[in-house]
Design a protein around this ligand. Structure first.
Ligand SMILES: *Cc1c(COP(=O)(O)O)cnc(C)c1O
Length: 245
């Protein structure tokens, strides 16, 4: 009991520090900090740790591995009715049903095939799912998402997105990227700029979509991401501590 209170206080303090940094970064770029949502990334973290996080006031969680998440949802949704769960990791299409049934948003939609699978699972579950399209803005092979680091690639996105927009249970809200991590966040800035510019370009191609969300920035670089327009920052380590693998 003593320990979990202690943990909760520590988490609360971490969140306050981050919120202040978000506030200042937003101010530097003339943005409203209220437009930036803090997603606490809880992959590989235990139910006990997540309980401490909820006691610290956190309700919005980002997860990468659907089977792991479903186990945690089963327990925590019973105890706390107001939690929201966002999928941020690569999803194998055979696991689409898990996301369609239990998650509140998907940041990492990365193929038409997956969109169709999700669409069918959502039809069966009679649900809609807000989604972000994951873009590879760095050109690294290991990164997920549509190839979009070179503006010459952007036209190729149009037919893909047209197909996704035919899936009526998916609600496209914007873009997500996970650029390579660097100890110096300034190295990542050009990738955040690229994602924002792509969003603006898509806004002209698909004016029927609002494209209001940009999910970018982690523990290492969220301040720069906010300066460049992030509306979701995805932060694990700086809130819940290092992950044990
Ligand atoms: C793990 C993860 C994060 C959080 O990374 P931290 O360095 O722990 O803040 C953010 N986004 C994605 C896609 C992740 O997989």
């Amino acid at each position: 009991m003593e320990d979990s209170n202690q943990l909760s206080l520590q988490i609360k303090e971490n969140v306050e520090v981050i919120q202040e940094k978000i506030f200042n970064a937003a101010k530097r770029s003339g943005r409203d900090a209220g437009d930036v949502k803090l997603l606490t990334v809880s992959k590989k973290k235990s139910v006990e740790m997540m309980r401490a996080a909820v006691e610290a006031g956190i309700t919005l969680f980002g997860e990468n591995y659907p089977e792991e998440t479903v186990g945690k949802m089963d327990i925590l949704n019973e105890e706390y009715p107001d939690l929201a769960w966002h999928m941020i990791g690569h999803l194998q299409s055979r696991k689409a049903r898990l996301v369609a049934e239990g998650f509140d948003m998907m940041h990492s939609l990365d193929s038409v095939r997956l969109a169709n699978k999700l669409g069918r699972a959502l039809d069966a579950a009679e649900r809609q799912l807000p989604v972000l399209l994951e873009m590879n803005v760095s050109g690294e092979d290991s990164k997920g998402g549509w190839a979009a680091w070179n503006e010459k690639q952007w036209d190729l996105l149009v037919p893909e997105i047209e197909q996704i927009l035919t899936v009526e249970t998916l609600v496209v809200k914007g873009l997500m990227a996970m650029p390579p991590l660097s100890a110096d966040a300034e190295n990542t800035r050009p990738y955040f700029v690229q994602l924002r510019q792509l969003r603006n370009w898509l806004g002209k191609k698909f004016p029927q979509i609002e494209w209001e969300e940009l999910s970018m920035g982690t523990s290492l670089d969220f301040e720069v991401a906010v300066e460049e327009g992030a509306t979701f920052v995805r932060i694990g380590t700086a809130i819940l501590g290092a992950r044990a693998y």
